[in-house]
Write a protein that binds this ligand. Structure first.
Ligand code: GUN
Length: 282
């Protein structure tokens, strides 16, 4: 029976460490780290994520501002706002909540964010740094996933890992981070043939496809570590991409949904904000 990877508890201890570090930095600089979150439109899920980020910042002593823009805001106006925030010495982190309305080009908007204020790690220069292995801001969810894997104390070296999902936000960056740990990594996606066989061969499974219970319990190799990034609403309940109840019989470690990867994303965002602050202020 698997041991639970409790993202809520791990996130709490990371947030406590961040709070301590922020307090000691502010003692020296007299200036708190400041994250600005830009939300365009009124998508309820995005509003709820943004509120959670705001609350976590404030609890850690990080100043947090939410800028709400109307759904119909022209792209040029959003880009102007980002340029203003780039130039503002009191702003250390800029996060544009995704998805953006259809009339905007998200890549163009993200390209505008100053690299050292890109707390999401989505800027092309940060993505390039991740690829090459040079210093840069890591995207929050992948960073949180790696922190969870490290918390197991298990070496990833030479292990077979499969990442199910090839998004720019999760799948592709997780591939790079697992490679850094010398895992042998496969990326599976919607066109992958014999997904079950691919997953069955893996010692580490990262599921990030966004389809409820797509990964069945009998696909999990005995002793595998299972990280479930999925958040799917089924009959008013949140469930992951992995059939948790069945998979936990085979896995050595498994993340729950909710309470697994989700809270780690916020902890990583706070770490990234402090990282950007240190680059800009110290
Ligand atoms: N929307 C869903 N996840 C994320 C994230 O990590 N960052 C941003 N900016 N938007 C998101």
């Amino acid at each position: 029976m698997a041991e639970l990877l409790d993202g809520k508890a791990l996130s709490k201890s990371i947030r406590a460490e961040v709070k301590k570090e922020v307090a000691s930095l502010v003692e020296k600089t007299n200036k708190p780290p400041h994250l600005v979150v830009v939300l365009v439109g009124e998508d309820p899920a995005s509003q709820s994520y943004v509120r959670a980020k705001n609350r976590a910042c404030e609890r850690a002593g990080i100043k947090s501002t939410i800028i709400n823009k109307d759904e119909s805001t022209p792209e040029a106006e959003l880009i102007d706002l980002i340029r203003t925030l780039n130039a503002d010495h009191d702003v250390h982190g800029i996060l544009v909540q995704l998805p953006l309305p259809k009339h905007m080009d998200a890549n163009k908007v993200i390209d505008t964010i100053e690299q050292n204020k890109d707390v999401d790690g989505f800027h092309p220069l940060n993505i390039a740094a991740l690829q090459i292995g040079t210093p840069g801001v890591l995207p929050a969810t992948p960073k949180g996933i790696m922190t969870m894997l490290e918390s197991t104390g298990q070496s990833l070296e030479g292990k077979k890992a499969i990442v199910v999902g090839r998004s720019n936000i999760v799948g592709k960056p997780v591939l790079q981070l697992l490679l850094r740990k010398n895992a042998t990594v496969t990326i599976a996606h919607s066109r992958t043939q014999n997904l079950a066989d691919e997953v069955k061969a893996a010692d580490i499974v990262v599921a990030a496809v966004g389809r409820a219970h797509m990964i069945k319990g009998d696909m999990i190799k005995p002793g595998a570590i299972v990280i479930d990034v999925g958040v799917n609403r089924v009959d008013d309940k949140l469930v992951g991409d992995v059939d948790f109840e069945a998979a936990k019989a085979n896995a050595s470690y498994i993340t729950p949904v909710p309470g697994g990867v989700g809270p780690m994303t916020i902890a990583s965002l706070l770490q990234n904000t402090v990282e950007c602050y240190k680059i800009l202020e110290t």
